[in-house]
Ligand binder design. Structure first.
Ligand code: PMP
Length: 409
């Protein structure tokens, strides 16, 4: 069949057996961080047990094995998102670092008064705060593509906002709060018509659907390993080769140089020019194992599974009529729902859900300005992944009902 074998997948995730408050955990905080399957845990363990060594330096056997595995991990990730090769795949700590790398290495040199950076109102703080602060440092103006009441980008406004003064458009591919999928390919075309670059924040896209950076025609594309069954401390920055070639390094030091004298230095080839110092070797190698794991399942099936769960959750949560869900309708969302229940603060809701061992996120999900725009201080967010089931969503709905009863008294 075309559906996921969820029961089989669940067996790979030891943490899903955890119990707290007398209940088996229902983990619905996947947009924050996903859980880790045995092959990824095994990959980390195998590295430290059998070939832990520094990369790029030694000619001894262990260093060679570590170097090859670490470099091949770049090839794997490049292929996974449709990049041409390892030259275009820089490993970073996470999406946040990828944003900052481009802001500092490119923006600080290229932006000045009269230049404009165009973001959207649904940006995560990772991009919003980074470009906002870079605007302050360089004198560039930061503008925002508005979000409509239905939770989509206002594309007519985008056409007007992006002009010949625009040097960078930075937009989120899939919103971590609204679940909206943005037309990033269309935005790339508009940006390129005005000789602007486009940076796409793919933190909620790469884990959840097939992504092809060249089909989008993104100049930069970022993601985080810990949201795609990989370890923490590793993520990626895709950049078009000629764009990365033209950029100055972000961090200086060992591993990123070719020739150093007391007076000057030259840089190592891509992508190593952007990976100064000893990198997160085990994490990088384990991220490749995470990609193997997801590719075995198939990204189309991952996407379908999550979106079906989100649609089911949307329908079940709104049965009572006192739940507001933010963003697009049930049949047009990524695998998450952010919501509020009338009369119950999101933090109280999350704490009552925790009594049922249902793990969700409560807060502003690093989109404070968007929450301000929605007129709310916080929301609850349930986000789904390959190991989640309808039964777990039923448990979520029962726990929400419990909160409703408690606060009705
Ligand atoms: N962008 C989006 C859309 C996200 O959902 C997240 C994670 N919440 C980030 C950026 C930041 O990711 P990280 O914390 O791994 O850098």
């Amino acid at each position: 069949s075309d559906a996921l074998d969820v029961e089989r997948i669940r067996e790979d995730f030891p943490i899903l057996q955890r119990e707290f408050n007398g209940n088996q955990v229902v983990y619905l905080d996947n947009a924050a961080t996903t859980q880790t399957p045995e092959p990824v845990i095994e990959s980390i363990s195998d590295y430290y047990r059998n070939y832990n060594a520094n990369v790029h330096r030694g000619i001894h056997q262990l260093s060679q094995e570590a170097s090859i595995a670490y470099e091949e991990a770049h090839d794997k990730l490049a292929e996974f998102i449709g990049a041409n090769g390892r030259e275009e795949m820089v490993f970073t700590k996470n999406t946040t670092e990828s944003e900052n790398l481009v802001a500092y290495a490119w923006g600080l040199n290229e932006l000045g008064p009269g230049d404009e950076v165009v973001l959207s109102e649904m940006e995560h703080h990772a991009s919003l705060v980074t470009w906002q602060q870079l605007g302050k440092k360089t004198g560039a103006d930061v503008k925002y593509i508005p979000v409509t009441d239905e939770g989509y980008l206002d594309m007519e406004a985008a056409e007007k906002l992006i002009t010949d003064d625009t040097k960078m458009v930075s937009v989120v591919h899939v919103s971590n709060t609204l679940g909206t999928t943005n037309p990033v390919g269309e935005l790339a075309d508009i940006a390129h018509d005005h000789d602007s670059y486009i940076f796409v924040d793919g933190a909620q896209a790469v884990p959840n659907r097939p992504v092809d950076v060249q089909a989008i025609d993104a100049d930069f594309y970022a993601f985080s390993g810990h949201k795609m069954v990989g370890p923490t401390g590793i993520g990626g920055l895709y950049g078009k080769e000629h764009v990365l070639e033209e950029m100055e390094p972000y961090l200086y030091g060992g591993d990123m140089i070719r020739k150093v004298t007391y007076d000057d230095s030259t840089w190592e080839d891509l992508p190593w020019k952007f990976e100064a110092g000893t990198p997160n070797i085990a994490q990088g190698i384990a991220l490749a194992a995470a990609v193997d794991y997801l590719e075995d399942i198939g990204m189309e099936r991952v996407q379908r599974h999550e979106e079906q769960l989100a649609e089911y959750a949307y329908d079940r949560l709104t049965e009572e009529g006192d739940v507001e869900i933010y963003g697009p309708p049930a049949d047009d969302r990524g695998g998450l729902v952010s919501f509020n229940v009338d009369g119950v603060h999101a933090h109280d809701l999350s704490s009552i859900l925790n009594d049922h061992a249902v793990a969700i996120r409560a807060g502003d999900h690093c989109t404070q300005p968007l929450h301000d725009k929605l007129g709310i201080a916080a929301s609850a967010r349930a986000s789904f992944y390959i190991y989640n089931t309808r039964e777990e969503i039923d448990k979520l709905v029962d726990a929400v009902d419990d909160a409703r009863q408690l606060f009705a008294q």
